[in-house]
Write a protein that binds this ligand. Sequence first.
Ligand code: 13P
Length: 252
Amino acid sequence: MRKTVIAGNWKMNMTPAATTEFITTLAPMVAGKDKCDIVLCVPFVDISAAVKAAEGTNIHIGAQNVHFEAKGAFTGEISAEMLTAIGCEYVIIGHSERRTYFGETDTTVNLRTKAALAAGLKVILCVGEVKEERLSGITNEVVTMQTKLDLAGISAQELQNVIIAYEPVWAIGTGLTATPEQADETCGVIRSALAGLYGEEVAENTVIQYGGSMNDKNAAELLSKVNVDGGLIGGASLKTDAFTAIVDAANA
Ligand code: 13P
């Protein structure tokens, strides 16, 4: 039985002080709502404050990227060991904003995923098609290819610590949401790709989230779909009310 995972991706928002205030406010609002796992993926500089504020709560803390090398001359990068050392549990890898603006490829996504898993992090691996690909009718091929390339060389056992986030790029930050049917269908395509790689049982046990303008209004319907096991939430994760409403939808 898959557990629903509701994760916020704060992107480049919030200072450490704002992080402490946010989590201190959020914690009682989501206390005991344990039908889903709750994760906040915050900027690197906010992780320590987030871990401290979340201590003793049901909120888990993640980062938004990680480098694939253990250490060395990689100016501006952060290693997996640095993240685990400060209590970080999760990391988002391969977000479309990293792919689009920072030259992330399936090869580097794969390397980062392997490094994160080896260090004991849980990975939220993002895949998704751009608008032209959906309009051309090649969404299924795109997400299948990304899934296969990004997970190359990763074992079924390691996959237990991987969540896939299906994020159609055209739905991110645009207010356009995939319909529940589109989200369900494409998450199902990703599950089929996983079945091809790891077998049916592993595929059935893997959490696949939807992300892209998920909010307090549309979450319940999206989460009601059989292949949608949670959400990766950008804008609405920056508001305690909206984020709590999404957690509530996952606990209904
Ligand atoms: P929005 O919820 O702001 O569309 O962002 C989605 C996203 O990119 C989460 O990673």
